[in-house]
Ligand binder design. Structure first.
Ligand code: MC0
Length: 142
């Protein structure tokens, strides 16, 4: 069952400048940052609300580490902006299979590693009315 908005992924050209915009404009601080080489991103998670028990919501700022990554390709075509939304679930495997059964393309056969040790998968944007959609089970939940 999808129980929360886990994060909104925002693609940017310069992670440090974008982090500074969110800090100076809204007062949001970086909760966590990392490089995910498989996904080709350098990222910062800004916690908006909730606790660290898996029930939090974040903004996820994403800078590509290479041009041929998903975020790199998307930025070249669209410029900066909202790249995806992510719904939180305690059971990414079960929810992905249930959604696949409804005819939506799930991009990975098995969930992969996402931010902060989470397990993630994606739904194809063309099957979701133009929205790249991610399913996330946080590290605390798996
Ligand atoms: C591509 N399209 C999108 C889109 N990306 N539409 C909405 N939102 C997006 N973000 C559209 C394109 O405009 C195009 O439409 C069509 O999908 C095919 O796109 P493409 O440019 O030819 O690119 P593909 O097909 O090679 O790849 C698209 C695909 C890919 C969604 C399959 O980006 C992907 O695998 N994404 C999942 C992984 C990901 O995004 N990782 C980065 C975040 P037209 O109409 O022009 O044909 S990593 C992350 O977020 C992790 C760290 C975490 O949360 O923990």
């Amino acid at each position: 069952m999808l129980t929360r908005i886990d994060h909104i992924g925002i693609a940017c050209f310069d992670l440090d400048k974008t982090v500074e915009f969110y800090r100076a404009t809204y007062g949001f601080e970086v909760f966590h940052s990392e490089v995910n080489e498989e996904q080709g991103v350098r990222e910062a998670m800004l916690k908006i609300n909730g606790t660290s028990d898996g029930g939090a919501s974040y903004l996820q700022l994403l800078e590509p580490t290479r041009e041929d990554s998903a975020v790199g390709k998307w930025l070249a075509k669209n410029g900066e902006g909202v790249h995806h939304i992510a719904f939180g679930t305690a059971d990414v495997d079960g929810d992905a299979e249930a959604i696949r059964g409804k005819g939506v393309r799930v991009l990975y056969d098995e969930p992969r590693i996402g931010s902060m040790g989470s397990r993630i998968t994606f739904l194809h944007p063309k099957d979701c009315h133009g929205v790249l959609t991610e399913l996330v089970t946080s590290a605390a939940e798996h």
